[in-house]
Design a protein. Structure first.
Length: 140
């Protein structure tokens, strides 16, 4: 009977050790996920900033007009005026549009309309913060 008790104790200890190992692995995985989220958040924040605040060229504005028109057709007038009109092109790098919008509405625009802007532009979209909007850039 003593042998059975020793075996039970050994099995219990191994099970506990296994649970501790699983817990350590889970904690490592969660820590890695948190670190990755922080890196991505930092990259996003850096990509939102517009240090140059360059006025778009005439060519960029001409390429922007069809995107803006599709978006405007998709939204009702009030939604367009509040959330669509402040967005303007910052640059197009050949593969993605960089759209500038005021910091005050950036999060809402990205969350609610980011995918719609991608549809309207026909390319991936990245948003940058640009509080100094040029009203001459927008078409009525």
């Amino acid at each position: 009977m003593a042998t059975a008790t020793v075996i039970e104790q050994r099995l219990t200890a191994e099970a506990a050790q296994g649970r501790r190992g699983e817990q350590r692995e889970r904690e490592k995985r969660l820590a890695a996920e948190r670190e990755l989220k922080e890196v991505r958040r930092t990259e996003r924040v850096q990509s939102f900033l517009d240090p140059h605040n360059v006025t778009p060229s005439a060519d960029l504005l001409a390429a922007w007009e069809p995107c803006q028109a599709r978006m405007r057709e998709h939204l009702d007038e009030a939604t367009w005026r509040i959330w669509g009109e402040p967005v303007h092109p910052h640059k197009f790098d050949g593969t993605a549009w960089w759209l500038a919008c005021p910091a005050s509405c950036r999060d809402w625009v990205v969350e609610r309309f980011g995918r719609v802007w991608e549809w309207a532009c026909g390319a991936p979209v990245r948003f940058v913060i640009c509080d100094q909007t040029n009203t001459n850039q927008r078409s009525s």
